[in-house]
Design a protein around this ligand. Structure first.
Ligand code: SAM
Length: 287
């Protein structure tokens, strides 16, 4: 894009909008939404509140999972004729568990320019505060609504060693946590992020088992919008060593070279050198 105030013609802008707090929108997003010829919104009535707040009067049309195939062609013609369009969803970044995939495949097939206008996404907001490994992660999104299918899906993620990110609907949260405990294991560390950036924002760190009990015990936790972030399958050395020994080694690793830290950890904890060395290598890689 040439300058913040001019738009490129015949371009599709994929614009992120807030996931709750309406202040979480960029200046650039507002300018683009004010200046494009058409905004395509998942739900025009829902987006109207946000657009009005930011003084955006641009013509707004619906593009959602039920009409995407029907209407895509028409908007592609409009883009090819040189007009500019912005795509938004109800919340966060379009296409992240949101409509637009079919439309985008057609757009790319016609070599139309697509420009991202980045901003909020619930998965990254939750991951950023999770304290779980962020160097590799898998975004799973929504699991199946049916328990048998959900368990089968969880089995495919069971042995993944990096962080897993799930979206979940409030009425399925108890059942899903139950299945996660059964398939992923009750001891895995987890972050529960509910109603991020909103009045009842809740951010809790637990094991899967204690999160399950926390959510079951309080029906308020079964409301609103939820992201669950689960640590990947612990490595074999992590399973072998007591948590306190891992902690001791981690503290030493923060100030000492690896070999020296392991040597001291052997002396302090009495654990096997091989297991501590392996744990140190894996810990270093995670940093
Ligand atoms: N496009 C959105 C994004 O970029 O995050 C996601 C849309 S998806 C249809 C809606 C799901 O995202 C919710 O069911 C919930 O899992 C998650 N989500 C959206 N807003 C959230 C919030 N404020 N707090 C926690 N989770 C949220």
């Amino acid at each position: 894009m040439s300058s913040p105030h001019t738009l490129d013609s015949g371009t599709l802008y994929v614009v992120a909008t807030p996931i709750g707090n309406r202040q979480d929108i960029s200046q650039r997003a507002i300018q683009i939404l004010q200046n494009v010829d058409i905004i395509l919104a998942e739900d025009t009535r829902h987006s109207r509140y946000l657009l009005t707040q930011w003084g955006i009067n641009t013509r707004c049309k619906a593009l959602h999972e039920h009409n995407e195939k029907e209407v895509s062609e028409c908007y592609i013609e409009i883009l090819l004729a040189g007009q500019s369009i912005a795509l938004i969803s109800d919340a966060g970044t379009p296409l992240i568990s949101d409509p637009g995939y079919y439309f985008l495949t057609q757009i790319h097939a016609k070599n139309i320019t697509v420009v991202p206008v980045p901003g909020a996404s619930a998965m990254l907001a939750a991951l950023s505060v999770s304290g779980l490994a962020t160097h590799h992660f898998t975004f799973v999104g929504f699991l199946s609504a049916k328990s048998a299918a959900r368990k089968k899906q969880l089995l495919t993620w069971q042995k993944i060693t990096h962080t897993l990110i799930f979206y979940e609907a409030p009425h399925r949260i108890v059942a899903s946590l139950h299945d996660m405990c059964a398939i992923l294991g009750e001891e895995r560390k987890v972050l529960f992020a509910r109603e991020l950036t909103k009045t009842f924002e809740t951010i809790q760190r637990h094991t899967l088992q204690s999160l399950y009990h926390f959510v079951v015990a309080d029906s308020n936790q079964q409301r609103g919008e939820i992201v669950i972030i689960v640590e990947g399958m612990p490595s074999s050395s992590e399973k072998e060593l007591p948590a306190q020994s891992c902690k001791t080694l981690e503290v030493l690793l923060q100030d000492l070279p690896l070999k020296q830290a392991v040597k001291l950890a052997v002396a302090l904890t009495g654990e096997r050198k091989k297991a501590l060395y392996q744990y140190a290598l894996e810990w270093k890689e995670r940093q």
